[in-house]
Design a binder for this molecule. Structure first.
Ligand SMILES: [Zn+2]
Ligand SMILES: [Zn+2]
Length: 338
């Protein structure tokens, strides 16, 4: 299947970076091995086998050209260690600007990774418990310990991010100057809410620009986490220092967070709890609808419906077509899904 460059850019999380969790995979481009802990770059491609996407992982140097020199096109870039972010940006022929904003991002990343390293000494079950005890819904069942450690470190250092304004789950995650939702609207549809403070490495943000959400009280330690920190002689900074001006709610939310603890709901339950009113229905939109197609898609997905974007062909399989009155009056052949 092919799509134009504009279409490719519109695919959510088309490119992403992450650390290789094992030594076993090899680069889908050159075939050489990708060592554990090295950065791999994944590209979402239409699956030839099923109605969905596959992710083709390559070494960064083998696939970096796909980002067209735009760092913001690479999802989770700012979740990497600072040195890896810089290396990738420079590989794209860009220089990381000097200045206070850059220093702040570097300091944030370094501080996070110092704690992530400590948290990674915990068992997977214990990291998961730490996330759940603090009400986090960032991770699904297949979450890898490094991802959960990242979320936990951020919460312990900077405080709770609160619920996503779109999907209402506690699944917001900060990556550098960006906050994005990692939650799902349904079992298979990611919530795409995101907001960023400004450009990233000279590249225009593809998301809404604005102030990042206020932070709440810092995450609470579980017994296991407290033990790990003690063992590593790691002292959490005081909340006032860590929160970075986001309000000194230190400790005041402690009781509330602890109360969430006994709920300990699993990810499956969270996903099943989403609306199911539109399950089995397939929607598409034509013309410039209000709200726009992207918002409609979120809405449909939130209630369990399926959404068809791109060419709708003869419309087979679509149960509901959303259009404006003007669009509906056009001759049949002129319609094209947004
Ligand atoms: Zn390669
Ligand atoms: Zn969300």
């Amino acid at each position: 299947m092919s799509y134009g460059s504009a279409g490719a850019a519109a695919v959510q999380d088309r490119l992403r970076v992450e650390y290789a969790p094992t030594d076993r995979a090899s680069c889908k481009s050159c075939g050489t091995g990708m060592p554990k802990g090295s950065v791999k770059l994944g590209e979402k491609v239409r699956s030839p086998w099923h109605d969905g996407w596959d992710i083709k992982f390559c070494k960064v140097k083998c696939a970096i050209h796909k980002a067209n020199g735009m760092p913001h096109e690479i999802s989770h870039l700012q979740k990497l260690k600072w040195k890896d972010q810089v290396e990738i940006v420079e590989m794209m022929g860009k220089t990381v600007e000097k200045g206070a904003a850059t220093e702040a991002l570097k300091a944030r990343s370094d501080k996070l990774y110092a704690l992530i390293e400590v948290l990674q000494g915990m068992t997977k079950a214990n990291i998961k418990e730490l996330c759940e005890a603090n009400g986090s819904q960032v991770h699904g069942d297949k979450a890898a310990p490094p991802d959960m450690a990242y979320t936990a470190a951020d919460g312990l250092l900077y405080g709770k991010l609160g619920e996503c304004p779109w999907c209402k789950s506690e699944a917001l995650q900060q990556e550098g100057n960006l906050v994005r939702c990692m939650g799902y609207l349904t079992a298979g549809t990611r919530c795409t809410y995101s907001i960023c403070e400004g450009p990233l490495f000279g590249s225009a943000p593809c998301t809404k620009v604005g102030a990042l959400p206020e932070r709440g009280a810092p995450w609470l330690l579980t017994d296991a986490a407290e033990k790990s920190l003690k063992k590593a002689k790691y002292n959490l900074p005081t909340a006032a220092g860590a929160a970075g001006g986001s309000g000194g709610a230190a400790g005041s939310g402690a009781g509330a967070a602890a109360a969430d603890d006994d709920a300990a709901e699993s990810e499956e339950e969270e996903e099943a709890a989403e609306g199911t009113a539109m399950v089995g229905l397939t929607f598409a939109s034509v013309g410039s609808t209000d709200p726009p197609a992207a918002a409609l898609q979120q809405l449909v997905a939130a209630h369990g419906g399926a959404w068809v974007s791109g060419g709708i062909g003869d419309g087979g399989g679509i149960t509901h077509l959303i259009s404006t009155a003007a669009e509906a009056r056009k001759p049949k052949g002129k319609k094209a899904a947004k």
